[in-house]
Design a protein around this ligand. Sequence first.
Ligand code: SF4
Length: 322
Amino acid sequence: MSAPLLEVQNLKLYYPVKVRKNALFSEKGFVKAVDDISFTVNQGETFGLVGESGCGKSTTGKTIVKLLRPTEGHILFEGKDIFAPENKADLTTRIQIIFQDPYSSLDPRFTVGRCIAEPMVVHKIGTPKEREERVRQLMADVGLRPEHYTKYPHEFSGGQRQRIGVARALALNPSLIVCDEPVSALDVSIQAQILNLMQDLQAKYSLTYIFISHNLSVVKHLCDRIAVMYLGNIVEIAGKNDLFDHPSHPYTNALLDAIPVPDPEIPTMQEMLEGDVPSPMNPPAGCCFHTRCKKACERCSREKPALREIAPGHQVACHLAE
Ligand code: SF4
């Protein structure tokens, strides 16, 4: 088997915060947004990252595109550390991102042509004429009309703005695109169009995607392998079919049971979660899920379960998984 395109090794990202002790004193604390996660992404696949809001999936994605710097750990792209200064020029253009919000991720002062050309301008790629040709080609690829070139973002609907965001992500001809909830801000009727467009572009440009979402139906439709995150940890990684047919972590089971089923005869929510996610400033000892897990035993509150393989390609962080 060929080497993975991306390797995330023991990644930690802690945000420093001040915790007030009393009227006079405060001490330094940390929000543990991502707490020692490792995974690989293979060339050409769509790798899903799922979990509740605040589980660390977007922080992971932003670290992979170097918008955030890790506290510890390494991210290797084609075997090279993306944060090593000697790899900066080589790797920065190879990994791009599609943001969640197509309204705030485009500069309202730029025309569509300038929005899409901006990465090439920043990286000093091509002449103005070459950039315009590339932008017009990308606009055609994402379904925008030639006359849109001189229009401004406010003149477009959410779906069209996300097409501009997709074109901008493609401008530097990347190998890997981090898709950070790219359809969750769109109407349901538009979501399918954007997802189909992303699949067409993946085939056309041999792209690899990391697809971040809290919508398991979308992830099931799009992804080859999926990692489930909870409180900054990865609790399960498996191929799509394995994960949906044989979920092995109690949290994954609860997430799958929460998917709405459009049939009142079918019982749902059998494993409905109770309680809130603990604070990432003060995560529980042992298994990060033990405060909400119905199967928790004494060992779970004292010993953190390692992510271990229970079947080929299927890893679970639970003492009871087999
Ligand atoms: Fe639940 Fe224990 Fe497994 Fe954690 S290790 S998921 S608390 S059974």
